[in-house]
Design a protein around this ligand. Structure first.
Ligand SMILES: *[C@@H]1O[C@H](CO)[C@@H](O)[C@H](O)[C@H]1NC(C)=O
Length: 154
């Protein structure tokens, strides 16, 4: 490996961990949609782009570049991202992050269903599933849609 190539790789690898946690910041929390009974939260964040790979999103969890329109799994985290070209500024790449959303508020009458929850399954099947005593419903924390996003959902 040439020293230059190696340097890029090290920087990219170091960014991996930091970026995964940065991606947890809800830039804009989108509506939740059900897929197989699982709530899916979507948000758009500016994509990571490597100087040497313009026009591609950098997938920090995989240390790979992804073409616009393609998705990747965020394993070991439960989520999925898609590389998208910004509608308002086609020179900008965005990352559409989908995840399971916030955990429900603690409730003695509900517990994590360890039989149904498969953390190693691909998103959204890795999302936690809870079972409650009859008549009990889980409550989810309020999410303020802080609309920092410049793209509206179609
Ligand atoms: C969990 O999901 C993985 C990947 O789809 C699968 O290989 C595995 O068998 C599943 N485990 C259970 C307990 O369902």
């Amino acid at each position: 490996m040439k020293p230059f190539t190696f340097g890029v790789f090290v920087v990219a690898a170091a960014l991996c961990v930091a970026n995964v946690f940065a991606a947890d910041e809800p830039a804009s929390t989108k509506d939740s949609k059900d897929e197989e009974g699982v709530k899916i939260y979507k948000r758009l964040i500016p994509a990571d782009v490597l100087r040497d790979f313009p026009g591609m999103c950098f997938a920090s969890t995989r240390c790979a570049t992804i073409e616009p329109g393609k998705s990747w799994d965020l394993a070991p985290f439960c989520g999925r991202s898609t590389c998208v070209v910004s509608e308002s500024n086609p020179a900008q790449l965005l990352e559409l992050v989908e995840d399971c959303g916030p955990l429900p508020l603690a409730n003695d009458k509900c517990k994590l269903d360890t039989d149904k929850t498969n953390k190693t399954a691909p998103f959204p099947y890795c999302c936690p599933k809870f079972t409650c005593e009859p008549g009990v419903k889980l409550e989810y924390p309020e999410i303020k849609p802080s609309d920092a996003s410049e793209e509206k959902k179609n």
